[in-house]
Design a protein around this ligand. Structure first.
Ligand code: SER
Length: 881
């Protein structure tokens, strides 16, 4: 039996022999494409080539790409576990032509690989071709039909015309697209459980059919789908093919399901080992499969830098993990266990994707912590779900309330797809419109408009050429010319220059600031970003440029501050690995002129001691004034030499290395100091947690670090002067002061209580007697509500049976307090009744316990009259009992 490793390699070699360049898989988390949550196809990393905004030094490529389809246009989440050939994570084998060969070679080679190398029986292979679309103004793909007939020996009746839904491939709502031709395999009779049931007839492109399965999609990219829905023809025609490795392994390994291939079996066995459940019932089988599938997606996404959270891609991960956790309950697992399966993924995939090996401990910790936190609400939610079910009577419409589904989501963290699935198991349908209504309401409250950069107008071209060259590593100014310009939605001028010393925001380093000058006209550069191979300068100013020479000048102070923080970031990264451990990996970084921000994978808070050691190591390396070297090399060579690379970054084949002596060696395209001494000094300002397993350091260098030290030192000086103590005695002196304060406060309280007691005795003598009850109404000034209450308590002790009404002015606010002795409370007297009756006379209101109640007064001018009437009200109250 061929192993998956061999199959992957045979595909790659087949196309390498046909002059294709092997390109590494890009991260599954596409940090540089805001239109995508996850890499969903092998072509994603070549989007710029198709759109003609970027170039590669090769025109044919081959690879095996990590893909996740769990959201957006391509979403297979709901099919996982229901069939045996859909996955949220899968590997896509693909070959590409960038304006080079087209349909003929793509079809011929696909057929050759399948039938001559892998010997798939021709009688079982079916080809589909795009039938055209009148609505889009597209003709049927006659060329492809002809090519299938003339360049291959496929049986002609096994070439089918299919609609846009299946045979026009689009990356997303916008982006490269085109007609496609797919190859499907007929797995033979008996492979589809639906065969003959509920009107199902097995066939190619029949929804949910298990027998005819798509293997390879050959896309002929010719268009760009614009945001307005129209198709724009691209300047060149390209080929983009994709074949799911899991499916082809299933066919070549002659097994009954993707889950029976060597890509899954070790993972399923590990699940059985960890759960101790070995059971072949359908319910358990689905649970094994969902857990294995979701674990693969989660592991790769987390290894590439994503973290479960409440929005965006993090939310998709959270949903998947929660589904998997719930399926764990089906296997009787009530404690976190999914994290224990990570080594099985490493064993299967670690050779092809080393990042999963290096990141294994981090992946396991993140999964464990998510399992733990959801585990706390899951059982409670499942109980509530059962209660909700009991409200649905047998005879009624089998609908599960949308607001209940929302409650499960909102309070217990149940993703809707999980609730949907649990309902389906009980033969129920969720009232989705009602659920959506609840969600809309919630969204309305927390709407967060996405921010996109967008060019409003057309680009005005002044000179041929698309790409800009960056000249700013060594020089901060350039005399150059404008290639094209445009305006954005904020009416800012956008300029693309032939050459530029301006660094465009990337790799965490913010864009340079500075000016552009042409014929005496000056523009301030507010931002700089990359669009394909172009560098776009966002400028302030209305005048538009012409073809004459333009001077581009980067602000030197701003750039120096940025380089200090960038080199310090590399030093910090190295020091963290030294002090905290080698598992520390960069999870995000901002290099700003004022500060550097570094996010890294680590679970525990750094101790004061660790922070000090990190600062010491970085500052020692600054004082060593180590010269920086930068050089270009092959990516693979750099990795072999142990250069630090970020798994969440997409690197070209030629990479730039920044080497700081023996301290640090990192792949980096950013700007750095000449020698570490230029950094001056380094201080960590804040260390905090930003997500489970991810911590953040904010640090300062050069003059900002100096400023921080100065401010701290000034604050200490002030404190020393005020306390008149030396440096060493400062902390003990503050401690002593606090102790004295506590002591004095205690003494004050005691003395206040004593005074209240004396006052109480004096006041008690003024009480009058009504029906044997001693009644006192008294107005006074007090320091605090506490003091008023203390006084009330003392009077309550002295006057028995007694009713006391005190009107005190606390913080200039009149307050009424009524207290009643215990024997009256036993007779159901309530202080709240009395205080409210009196307060009402001065527009006040209040309440409290039977023995003590208080009320605020809104109309203080009415208070004297109210107090005059109070004894009579109290008399009436006593008589009414
Ligand atoms: N982009 C196409 C797909 O994903 C072919 O690779 O199916």
């Amino acid at each position: 039996m061929k192993t998956s490793k061999e199959i992957r390699q045979e595909f790659i070699s087949f196309f390498e022999e046909r002059d294709h360049r092997f390109v590494r898989s890009s991260p599954v988390v596409p940090n540089d494409d805001p239109t995508l949550l996850f890499t969903n196809a092998g072509m994603n990393q070549f989007k710029d080539v198709f759109l003609n905004t970027g170039k590669r030094e090769y025109v044919r490529a081959v690879n095996s790409q990590k893909c996740i389809r769990a959201s957006g246009k391509h979403n297979d989440l709901e099919d996982v576990g229901r069939d045996n050939y859909h996955h949220t994570f899968f590997e896509m084998l693909g070959n590409w032509s960038f304006g080079d060969y087209f349909k003929k070679d793509a079809i011929t080679w696909a057929w050759e690989l399948f039938t001559q190398y892998w010997h798939l029986p021709k009688s079982r292979l079916w080809a589909t071709v795009f039938e055209g679309s009148a609505a889009e103004g597209l003709e049927p793909d006659h060329e492809a039909i002809e090519l299938w007939k003339t360049c291959t020996d496929i049986q002609h009746n096994q070439i089918l015309l299919c609609s846009k839904k299946d045979n026009f491939w689009e990356m997303g709502d916008v982006g490269p697209c085109g007609p496609c031709s797919e190859i499907h395999v007929d797995l033979g009779e008996g492979t589809c459980p639906k065969s003959g049931k509920g009107g199902h007839v097995c066939g190619v492109n029949i929804d949910g059919c298990w027998r005819f399965v798509e293997l390879w999609n050959l896309v002929f990219i010719q268009f760009n789908r614009l945001p307005n829905g129209q198709l724009e023809r691209l300047p060149a025609c390209h080929v983009d093919t994709g074949m799911g490795l899991e499916r082809i392994c299933r066919v070549l390994q002659s097994v009954d399901s993707n889950y029976s291939t060597d890509l899954f079996v070790p993972i399923l066995e590990k699940i059985q080992e960890v759960t101790g459940i070995r059971d072949d019932t359908d319910e358990k089988k689905v649970a094994y499969r969902v857990i294995a599938d979701h674990l693969r997606a989660l592991s790769f996404a987390i290894a590439d830098g994503a973290i479960p959270s409440n929005d965006g891609r993090g939310h998709v991960l959270r949903r998947m993990l929660r589904r998997a956790t719930r399926f764990g309950r089906v296997l009787g697992m009530h404690q976190p266990f999914i994290y224990q399966l990570v080594p099985a993924i490493v064993a299967v995939m670690g050779d092809a994707f080393p990042e999963i090996k290096t990141q294994a401990a981090h992946v396991a910790r993140v999964i464990h912590s998510e399992e733990e936190s959801f585990g706390q609400t899951l059982d409670q939610g499942l109980e509530i779900f059962e209660q909700m079910l009991s409200g649905i009577t047998a005879g009624s419409a089998r609908i599960f309330s949308g607001s209940d589904a929302f409650k499960l989501y909102d309070t217990y963290g149940f993703p809707i797809d999980l609730t949907r699935l649990m309902c389906e198991e009980k033969g129920l349908t969720v009232d989705e419109p009602e659920f959506e209504k609840c969600m809309d309401q919630q969204r309305l409250q927390a709407r967060n408009a996405a921010k996109f950069r967008m060019n409003l107008g057309e680009w005005i071209v002044l000179k041929e050429g698309k790409a800009s060259s960056f000249t700013g590593y060594n020089s901060l100014s350039a005399e150059t010319s404008v290639i094209r310009y445009s305006k954005n939605d904020k009416n800012q001028l956008l300029l693309v220059l032939e050459q530029t010393p301006f660094y465009a925001e990337s790799g965490g380093q913010v864009a340079d600031r500075g000016t552009l000058i042409q014929n005496g006209q000056k523009w301030n550069v507010l931002d700089v970003y990359k669009e394909g191979d172009s560098i776009v300068h966002v400028c302030e100013g209305d005048t538009i440029p012409d073809q004459s020479a333009i001077q581009a000048v980067v602000s030197p102070e701003n750039r120096s501050a940025i380089t200090r923080n960038h080199t310090a970031t590399h030093l910090l990264h190295a020091a963290l690995k030294e002090v905290v451990g080698q598992h520390v990996n960069q999870a995000g970084s901002v290099v700003h002129p004022e500060y550097l921000r570094f996010d890294f994978t680590h679970f525990d808070k750094l101790s004061d001691d660790e922070i000090t050691r990190i600062e010491q190591i970085v500052n020692r390396n600054i004082r060593a004034n180590i010269s920086l070297q930068s050089y270009e090399t092959q990516y693979t060579k750099a990795i072999q030499n142990g250069v630090t690379a970020l798994f969440s970054e997409k690197y070209a084949d030629r990479v730039r290395v920044i080497q700081i002596g023996a301290v640090s060696s990192e792949l980096c395209g950013g700007c750095h100091v000449h020698a570490t001494g230029d950094i001056g000094s380094f201080r960590i300002q804040v260390e905090s947690a930003i997500a489970s397993g991810v911590r953040r350091i904010i640090a300062l260098t050069g003059h900002t670090a100096e400023k921080l030290t100065r401010e701290e030192s000034r604050a200490i000086q002030d404190a020393k002067r005020l306390l008149n103590v030396s440096h060493d005695s400062l902390a003990p002196a503050i401690e002593k002061l606090l102790e004295e304060k506590r002591h004095l406060e205690k003494a004050l309280r005691e003395s206040q209580r004593e005074t209240a007691g004396n006052d109480a005795n004096r006041m008690a003598s003024q009480a009058i007697t009504m029906d044997g009850i001693r009644v006192l109404v008294h107005q006074l000034k007090v320091d605090s509500l506490e003091a008023l209450k203390d006084l009330g308590d003392s009077l309550r002790e002295t006057l028995q049976p007694g009713i006391i009404l005190l009107a005190g002015e606390v913080n200039q606010k009149p307050t009424l307090l009524c207290v009643i002795s215990q024997d009256l409370i036993n007779k159901k007297y309530h202080a709240g009744d009395i205080v409210n009756q009196v307060a009402a006379l001065a527009d006040g209101k209040g309440g409290g316990k039977p023995h003590m109640a208080q009320a605020g007064i809104k109309a203080p001018e009415k208070l004297p009259q109210a107090l005059l009437q109070a004894p009579e009200l109290i008399r009436a109250y006593i008589q009414s009992r």
